[in-house]
Write a protein that binds this ligand. Structure first.
Ligand SMILES: NC(=O)c1ccc[n+]([C@@H]2O[C@H](COP(=O)([O-])OP(=O)(O)OC[C@H]3O[C@@H](n4cnc5c(N)ncnc54)[C@H](O)[C@@H]3O)[C@@H](O)[C@H]2O)c1
Ligand SMILES: O=C[C@H](O)CS(=O)(=O)O
Length: 475
């Protein structure tokens, strides 16, 4: 099976395309696609705005029907979408299939949420008038998405935008444009107007990002990616006061108390830390383990991590794929080497990178001041930090510029509530390693961003509230 044989993307491939898409596992060129410059993207935005007018006049049910048709096509093509995700991002095929189902769930969810854009009536200040509010689509939107979830990070934005009555132009990561283009193709096959949702692939991310922030027709930009880029976009968005949703970096603490179920905590680490080779924004980035169970927990975790099978994501049995490229793998290896030089012990892995591959690694003796504890690792490396008591755990956990996800394992209900409330994070999972679902508000605090995606809150980010004072009531 080659990418050319996949009908979902074959129409987009160009032998002379400026964007070269590679397989992280093998380094092989998967295909080439055209790169849009600023003029081309500006024209796409103009068409998106024109298409939005009619779309906003559809009923919520009519929009819902088309979103459901898109959802059905995504599921009908799940296997090919998963292959494309694995080929261009590297993640194991089983995880890619999971991402397709997860990403599709946002389309299904917002097909219904769009019908709940409720207004309100409010008791007035005069008998001559009445007060009401209505909710209206914010307008033409733009989105910029990362490579680590090349499908789900797009549907998590496009679905609420379309459900709300908006149009949207999406710029995917340069490394993973094919999944985005396949999604676009299926949306258009479902009957979603071609100009309403368009993917624009480009080699000029910074130029297109600046255009999204300065184009007079773009009312909102939704960004998922690093905090560094999020800060750039915030500054650029100030020019037109463009509405922003920002899903940025993370540094999740994974806290294991003395009273935790250690086997459950070990499985939670496998699910949270090593999913997508540690390249998720909600990965456990630091394992905080209470003194009383430190050695027992580390021993069990080392044994379990040793069962992971690193390899090509398309190969049967692979449970740890490559990172997105060799440069990222080398960056992670350098973080490990820095910690080793500082005196940390490598309990498993830590043998350096090999192309885009980096082994699953556990390090002990880590302290909170080290770069491997302060930086977002974005790789399959688990630094273990000891702590003494609750106050110590909370202090260490909150000692970061980020505030996206946090995890804690304890069977003491009072402790669970005390620590959950004290953690400065947008999302906290208790005795579970995976918290992402379309039904819950996904997002962070501090430098992990602003806004929420999914849940009943996710639609609001694509709508405005209008207050109307209806006067002239005097008889
Ligand atoms: N909070 C979340 O939901 C979430 C989800 C996934 C990834 N992330 C974060 O994303 C990061 C990893 O993904 P990444 O390496 O693709 O991030 P990145 O910030 O380098 O790139 C993200 C997107 O921004 C584009 N981009 C890069 N520079 C830009 C610029 N100057 N202007 C406009 N766009 C620009 C890229 O082409 C890509 O499409 C991590 O920090 C991770 O935590 C966060
Ligand atoms: O990497 C960021 C994603 O949002 C992770 S998840 O797939 O939503 O858990």
């Amino acid at each position: 099976m080659t990418i050319e044989t996949l009908a979902l993307v074959s129409d987009y491939l160009r032998a002379d395309g400026a964007i070269v898409v590679e397989n992280p596992a093998t380094g092989a060129v998967l295909g080439r696609i055209a790169s849009h410059d600023a003029d081309a993207v500006s024209a796409i935005i103009d068409k998106a705005d024109a298409a939005r007018i009619a779309w906003a006049q559809h009923s919520a049910q009519a929009r819902s029907n088309l979103l459901r048709a898109w959802h059905g096509l995504i599921l009908a093509h799940a296997d090919d979408l998963a292959r494309i995700i694995t080929l261009e991002s590297g993640k194991p095929l089983a995880e890619a299939k999971g991402e397709v189902a997860y990403g599709a769930s946002y389309v299904e969810w917002f097909a219904e949420e769009g019908k709940r854009a409720y207004g309100e009536t409010i008791p007035g200040f005069s008998p001559r008038s009445r007060i009401l509010t209505i909710r209206q689509p914010i307008g033409t939107c733009a989105a910029i998405t990362p490579w680590n979830f090349p499908l789900a990070m797009i549907t998590r934005k496009v679905a609420p935008a379309l459900a709300a009555g908006c149009s949207i132009v999406v710029k995917p990561a340069e490394a993973t444009p094919l999944t985005a283009l396949a999604l676009e193709k299926l949306a258009h096959e479902a009957g979603i107007p071609a100009d309403l949702f368009r993917v624009t692939a480009t080699k000029s991310s910074s130029a297109i990002g600046a255009l999204f922030c300065t184009h007079p027709l773009v009312r909102k930009l939704s960004f998922t990616g690093s905090t560094r880029v999020g800060q750039i976009l915030m500054a650029q968005a100030a020019q037109q006061v463009t509405r922003l949703s920002l899903e940025l970096g993370g540094n999740a603490p994974f806290i294991v108390f003395d009273d935790a179920d250690l086997d459950a905590a070990v499985e939670g680490v496998l699910a949270s830390k090593y999913r997508n080779a540690g390249q998720t924004c909600v990965c456990a980035n630091r394992l905080l383990v209470q003194d009383g169970v430190h050695d027992a927990f580390v021993a069990r975790l080392v044994a379990r991590v040793g069962q992971l099978r690193m390899g090509d994501g398309m190969a049967d049995g692979t449970t740890l794929g490559p990172l997105i490229d060799a440069r990222e793998a080398a960056r992670v290896a350098a973080l490990v080497e820095d910690a080793r030089t500082a005196g940390c012990a490598i309990k498993i892995g830590g043998t350096g990178s090999d192309g885009a591959f980096h082994p699953a690694t556990i390090m002990t003796g880590v302290t909170q001041d080290m770069p491997i504890a302060q930086d977002e690792i974005f790789g399959p490396v688990a630094p273990v930090i000891r702590f003494t008591d609750e106050a110590d755990a909370i202090r260490i956990a909150n000692d970061t510029i980020y505030g996206l996800a946090a995890y804690l394992y304890s069977r003491d209900i009072g402790r669970v509530w005390r620590v959950m409330e004290a953690l400065e994070y947008g999302m906290v999972a208790v005795n579970e390693g995976i918290l992402s679902t379309e039904t819950a508000p996904f997002g962070g605090v501090k430098q992990s961003g602003m806004g929420r995606e999914g849940s009943s809150h996710g639609l609001a980010d694509y709508m405005e509230i209008k207050y109307a004072l209806m006067g002239g009531m005097a008889g």
